[in-house]
Ligand binder design. Structure first.
Ligand code: SF4
Length: 745
């Protein structure tokens, strides 16, 4: 344990990047890095932060290095590894050990007789999948899961395959992260996507950041924040934990700053809101603004509110009737802090509000997002330069996958266009989200699971139930680059289908292919892999979907072979089905790709009222029994989603371990704990089931009293399956009521 850092980036980031390059094979990683996030190169397989128009020589961050070296590693999870270890043995390995075995090299099938994975041919794998799917009683017994790395082309073919088969069961990782943003913004402003671009970051006078840790999860965002800070824009952060990336930043690619060890302050104000208290904090700011407006009229944009919005009077009445005592009690901030934040908001001509899962993964996750939209609407901060909502997405193509139709509730217009184009009748029944898919598998209503990327067993809540659910399936199939927990928690039969990584050359009948992705700000661009694949046996994701399609539907109506032979043809079909992709193949050749039009950015409100809606949501009930803590889950700096690149967390001062719980020092003293003991975390879910996570070491950290933080996915076991956001079904991973049980010895 070392002192938490008070600045992100700098020499620590450079040294860490060098460490990963050395560990995984310096030469290949190093050469490939210079082609990452560049026109003609490939897209970083990490987060969805957009690329700037003017690229620097090295357009990547420390996380990008980790993501890339993870792909270019010399380690191999090959048939010899599977011959040496039984699956039961591998089940005892932790997530880091599993993934650190390296790249998968061959399609493998589980052999229950020997408890080993053994090699299988691609054609045999496809025919087993087709046979299993044909044996199901109903198409709705199959689940087609997607992770956010999947390219537009693979995702489009994948949803086509599932819908041809007859189901809308497309749970995806969006269900677990920004679904609350999609639902909340959809109701409020008629779009589930952010309305801002990188250019807006250059124009904003103030950037508010809620429940987000960009230093670890979207590191290149720090470059924009650094620019904003240098030109005098205010950056206001609301976060329970003190995070180094929100404090200051030294750009590792700026030699002068590096030589002088000079960092740029990021947050001009930092408010350590209580876990779960963001809605109250934002509403308190709004209450302050409305009160000021009464004495100092003209703060609100009345013309905008009158012309463009709906529901303001009801919302204002509700805010008025909410007491200061209740608001301050929930958010844990002082009246002074709230007035400061509100005054910063008022003084700024243009405001961007960013957020991530610190806001979405609560019972009131949708209301959190809508309160931010309410705040923006007060001064017309949507649909003009330098202003707007910015939900910062996680995985690199999570937004694009949704655009491609990966959703359990597709629109009628999408299904109609799909039917017209491919000549079949698509299912209309609402499919399963992640939560519903887990329940269906656990109850035996779903018996087949296909995961296009990701690590379902580790990413999902209620680990014990999820693992039981996967084991209940007749067949589980995973398209993956690395071995992970989802391969060792498997169905009665199981297949691992190894695929190409983003950096690897994808050659099909017509030659080398590019895929496309959509970033967090709706820019669609091409990604062309350059490296020799980790194994000649790897297939691309589109080719794997097409292989299953051929085996399942040998008589049409889709000519899978031609589509996958030339991805331009897939894009042609996307263009025909999905609005906004006109001239797709030509436009991805433009430098930086093209922007998908967002109506709300132009003040076109695709809502039921035809206006931007103020939402009058009640404050949540955050009462908690004495002795309990509110636990939020966090990622370490050595992890990306479920992928753990190494133990330790440099920014928070943690070395060589992950089973730690961050606590307020005074709470620790009150509980009689020190950093030498171990505690079991016990959650208190509404369903009454006792869930425990043992072996955690308390660590004193800068976090409000009554709050705690520990790493995902180790704490997923504590989140009950019904502990999810209202309306969006996003798991409540940022608000888990727990008590601590001191372990003996
Ligand atoms: S900011 Fe995100 S997309 Fe960019 S290099 Fe880092 S991990 Fe990759």
């Amino acid at each position: 344990m070392t002192k938490p850092k008070d600045s992100a980036g700098g020499w620590g980031a450079l040294n860490s990047s060098m460490h990963f390059l050395r560990r995984e094979g310096f030469l290949k990683g190093n050469a490939t890095l210079l082609r990452m996030n560049k026109p003609g190169g490939f897209d970083c397989p990490g987060c969805a932060w957009p690329d700037p128009k003017n690229h620097s020589v090295a357009e990547f961050c420390e996380n990008g290095v980790k993501a890339l070296t993870y792909e270019t590693t010399h380690k191999r999870a090959d048939p010899a590894l599977f011959a040496r270890h039984t699956v039961s043995e591998m089940r005892g390995w932790d997530d880091f050990t599993l993934e650190n075995t390296g790249r998968l090299t061959h399609p493998m099938a589980y052999d229950s007789g020997t408890d080993h994975y053994v090699g299988i041919t691609w054609e045999e794998a496809f025919s087993r999948i087709a046979e299993q799917l044909r044996s199901l009683g109903s198409p709705d017994e199959a689940i087609f899961y997607t992770s956010g790395r999947t390219s537009n082309e693979a995702a489009f073919l994948y949803q086509l395959l599932g819908r041809l088969y007859g189901t809308n069961n497309f749970p995806d990782c969006s269900n677990m992260c920004h679904e609350s943003s999609g639902v909340g913004m959809g109701e409020s402003i008629g779009t589930g996507k952010g309305t801002v671009s990188l250019e807006d970051f250059e124009k904003a006078d103030a950037i508010f950041i809620f429940g987000q840790n960009p230093g670890t999860n979207h590191p290149r965002m720090l470059t924009e924040l650094q620019h904003a800070s240098k030109r005098g824009a205010k950056i206001v952060s609301f976060n329970p934990l003190m995070e180094s990336g929100l404090l200051a930043f030294t750009h590792p690619q700026h030699p002068v700053d590096m030589l002088l060890n000079r960092s740029t302050p990021i947050s001009s104000s930092y408010y350590q809101v209580s876990v779960g208290g963001d809605l109250a904090a934002v509403r308190a700011m709004i209450k302050h603004i409305l009160e000021l407006e009464e004495s100092r009229p003209g703060i609100l944009d009345h013309a905008f509110i009158g012309d463009q919005t709906h529901g303001f009077d009801a919302f204002r009445a509700m805010v008025k009737s909410t007491s200061w005592e209740e608001l301050l009690g929930q958010c844990g901030l002082s009246r002074q802090e709230i007035s400061e934040a509100a005054e910063t908001y008022i003084r700024a001509e243009s405001v961007i509000c960013c957020w991530a899962m610190g806001l979405t993964q609560h019972r009131h996750g949708v209301a959190n997002i809508q309160e931010i939209v309410n705040l923006l609407l007060l001064r017309g901060n949507i649909g003009r330069p330098g202003a707007g909502p910015c939900p910062v997405r996680g995985h690199s193509n999570v937004q694009g996958d949704r655009t491609m139709g990966i959703t359990e509730f597709p629109t009628e217009s999408f299904l109609g266009a799909l039917e017209k184009n491919f000549g079949f009748t698509a299912p209309r029944k609402h499919g399963y989200s992640v939560i519903h898919a887990i329940k269906a598998m656990a109850e035996g209503k779903a018996r087949f699971f296909l995961g296009m990327g990701g690590n379902f067993a580790s990413a999902t809540p209620d680990s014990d139930l999820t693992w039981k659910a996967l084991s209940n399936c007749d067949m589980t199939v995973h398209v993956s680059t690395h071995l992970n927990r989802s391969h060792v928690i498997h169905g009665k039969s199981a297949l691992i289908l190894p695929c190409l990584g983003r950096s690897e050359g994808d050659y099909q009948a017509s030659g080398r292919q590019s895929v496309t992705v959509e970033d967090s700000m709706s820019m669609v661009h091409a990604s062309t892999g350059i490296n020799k694949p980790a194994s000649p046996e790897l297939w691309s994701e589109p080719a794997i979907v097409a292989g299953i399609g051929r085996a399942l539907f040998p008589d049409g109506p889709v000519d899978w072979e031609s589509l996958v032979g030339d991805y331009d043809l897939i894009r042609g079909r996307i263009e025909a089905v999905i609005p906004g992709f006109e001239g797709y193949n030509a436009r991805i050749k433009e430098r930086g790709g093209f922007h998908l039009r967002n109506p709300a950015s132009h003040r076109e409100w695709k809502t039921g009222t035809g206006k931007a809606n103020f939402s009058a949501n009640p404050l949540p009930d955050l009462s908690i029994a004495p002795g309990r803590l509110r636990l939020t889950t966090v990622r370490s700096h050595n992890q990306y989603n479920t992928t753990v690149y190494d133990y330790g967390d440099r920014y928070r001062g943690i070395e060589g371990e992950r089973r730690v719980i961050f606590l307020n020092g005074e709470d620790m003293r009150g509980l009689g704990l020190d950093e030498g003991v171990r505690v079991t975390l016990r959650s208190h879910s509404g369903d009454g089931v006792v869930r425990r996570a043992p072996g955690f070491r308390p660590v004193a950290y800068s976090i409000p009293r009554g709050c705690a933080a520990a790493y995902f996915p180790e704490t997923n076991v504590l989140v009950g399956i019904d502990d999810h956001a209202l309306k969006s079904f996003t798991p409540m991973s940022k608000y888990i009521e727990i008590t601590l049980e001191r372990e003996q010895g």
